[in-house]
Design a protein around this ligand. Structure first.
Ligand SMILES: *Cc1c(COP(=O)(O)O)cnc(C)c1O
Length: 352
């Protein structure tokens, strides 16, 4: 081994879902099957490339303002970044600097562990119960900070806001981050608790309900003090995180509330219908409130089914094979046609 090896930061990276470029049915990374709001295409078509010779606004002011108006908070309460992965990573760096362990569920977004390791933050995982539910009492103990998604991923289970509040209220000495990547498909957001709890940060994204995973826009909403700390960390890292195109497109997407709400309704309807159909084929589905379905089948090896879907039908779903979820796949809710293709294949598969 070379001498310099010992001074290199070695990390185990996050493994994203596959991004095949051939025509396949892609139900593996929770993207939205519908296009972004029409205003987004319009703004792209009218954009003057000459603008790109200049750096973007480092504050992404227009986008911050659009989000502040939409959520009825002040601009000092909004932080934006290159997808919520960027925002969450910045939150880990900024807020999780205790010797005590940061807490998050054992079955959850696998990036949390990656950031904790990257930044050398101690952490402990709180096992979700046998029904994959987050147990709030597990978080009522000394810790260095808390993060969990609501709804949780990959289970899709939503934790009622009163339970989220209990976790925040029991942890006033540390920062609690609620990762609401899928909240638009679910119940109430923790945003309404921002004024009441100065230790709360809510993180959301344009990647799921707003159909803009490829544009990379995420944001955090909190009180001005915590947002200031995030901005200080960001400006110590890279001042120009959001491209001009992302800022302009993001603003357009936020403007079109009606399109946004219709899109969510379509996905929820398809989700509920697909859950029933999967049930008819003998699958057990968790009661997802996100844009995906976490499912298992008592009679089939789910890994083999995942491979058959991919190789025989060119339908991609997500499979991890990790502890406690070896027998589960996660299916993103696509269009009705995409789900029909999936269900058609599975119907044949379960009759074999
Ligand atoms: C998709 C997802 C994110 C990150 O999305 P970005 O595309 O980086 O905004 C964050 N948290 C969870 C739980 C997710 O599922």
């Amino acid at each position: 081994m070379k001498a310099f090896e010992k001074n290199i930061r070695k990390v185990e990276p996050y493994v994203p879902g596959e991004q095949p470029w051939q025509t396949v049915i892609k139900l593996n990374t929770n993207e939205n099957p519908y296009p972004p709001a029409p205003g987004v295409a319009q703004v792209l078509h009218t954009m003057d490339a000459d603008r790109f010779k200049l750096y973007p606004d480092p504050t992404a002011g227009e986008l911050v303002k659009a989000l502040a108006d939409y959520y009825d908070v002040s601009e000092e309460q909004v932080f934006v970044g290159v997808g919520s992965d960027d925002v969450l990573s910045m939150c880990f760096l900024t807020f999780f600097n205790s010797e005590k362990p940061v807490l998050f569920p054992d079955i959850t977004y696998s990036f949390y562990k990656v950031w904790a390791n990257l930044y050398r933050i101690p952490y402990e995982c709180c096992p979700v119960d046998e029904n994959f539910r987050i147990v709030k009492e597990d978080y009522f103990r000394e810790n260095g900070g808390i993060i969990f998604p609501n709804p949780n991923a990959p289970t899709g289970l939503y934790l009622e806001l009163c339970e989220v509040e209990e976790i925040i209220a029991h942890n006033r000495d540390v920062i609690v981050i609620v990762d609401e990547a899928y909240i638009d498909f679910a119940g109430k957001s923790a945003l309404e608790l921002i004024e009441k709890y100065d230790n709360l940060i809510v993180v959301q994204t344009f990647s799921k309900a707003r159909s803009m995973a490829g544009m990379r826009i995420g944001y955090a909403i909190s009180n001005p003090l915590l947002i200031q700390y995030l901005n200080d960390a960001k400006y110590s890292f890279n001042s120009y995180t959001m491209s001009q195109a992302a800022i302009a497109c993001g603003v357009e997407a936020v403007k079109d509330k009606e399109y946004f709400e219709n899109g969510i309704r379509k996905i929820i309807n398809t989700r509920e219908w697909a859950k029933k159909e999967l049930g008819r084929l003998g699958f057990t589905c968790l009661d997802s409130e996100a844009n995906f379905i976490f499912a298992t089948h008592p009679k089939y090896d789910i890994k083999k089914m995942y491979e058959a879907l991919k190789n025989e039908a060119k339908i991609y779903v997500r499979y991890w094979g990790s502890e406690r979820i070896e027998q589960y796949i996660r299916i993103t809710v696509g269009t009705k046609d995409e789900m029909d293709a999936l269900l058609g294949f599975l119907e044949g598969y379960t009759q074999k």
